[in-house]
Design a protein around this ligand. Structure first.
Ligand code: ITT
Length: 197
């Protein structure tokens, strides 16, 4: 198992979730907050996997530390899987969580089929660019018609979890971490680490 790992994301919601789920492992955890000069890479990949790898390799090189990065997205069946890899920039270049939610609710306004899922791909890279691991996790839900709850981040208030029977905006961090796409991917990663210890 790695002794040192940097959680390479600029999204504070993700940092909080990763830190919580990794805190019991014997790994020294770091975050990008320790490297304020590093700017975000352009996410030019066409898939979540390509972007997760790109981010992990980019940050590992610049921090000179093994890095874990994830690329995640929300996929709506009625929109043929959109916003998917474009989830973060769904409402344009200067997108915010609020503008993204507004656009998605508007695009889904007349859709009766509300099935959707969150998907997360995590990649771990060494400073020299070698990808050590790649894992994926999925979480099924329904897209709500309006925001419910204020917890979490991103699209959480409009995602109703089929397992929790509540929106992620209403869930505690612990409840979300029991079923989320990110938690599922991370559990797979921890299993692999423990097997190859
Ligand atoms: P980094 O690239 O620095 O990790 P980011 O927020 O840009 O941060 P992504 O490129 O992976 O992350 O984009 C993910 C998008 O999906 C972004 O709009 C998130 O708000 C949203 N998202 C991802 N996981 C989510 C979750 O658990 N709950 C709600 N929204 C989520």
């Amino acid at each position: 198992m790695l002794r040192q790992l940097c959680i390479a994301t600029k999204n504070e919601g993700k940092v909080a979730e990763f830190m919580e789920m990794l805190r019991d492992l014997p790994i020294e955890l770091h975050s990008l907050a320790e490297f304020p000069g590093i700017v975000e890479p352009e996410e030019t990949g066409k898939t979540l996997s390509a972007n997760a790898r790109l981010k992990a390799q980019y940050y590992a090189k610049l921090t000179n530390m093994p890095c874990l990065a994830d690329d995640s997205g929300l996929e709506c069946a009625a929109l043929n899987g959109a916003p998917g890899v474009l989830t973060a920039r769904y409402s344009g270049e200067n997108a915010t969580d609020k503008s993204n939610i507004e656009k998605l609710l508007s695009d889904m306004k007349f859709c009766i089929r509300r099935n959707c899922c969150f998907r997360c791909v995590i990649a771990v890279s060494l400073p020299e660019g070698k990808i050590l691991n790649e894992v994926e996790g999925i979480c099924d839900g329904l897209l709500l018609h309006e925001e419910v709850g204020t917890a979490g981040f991103g699209y959480d208030p409009i995602f109703w979890s089929k397992e929790l029977h509540m929106s992620f905006g209403e869930a505690t961090q612990e409840q979300k971490n029991a079923v989320s796409h990110r938690a599922r991917a991370l559990k797979r990663l921890i299993q692999i680490w423990k097997k190859h210890r």
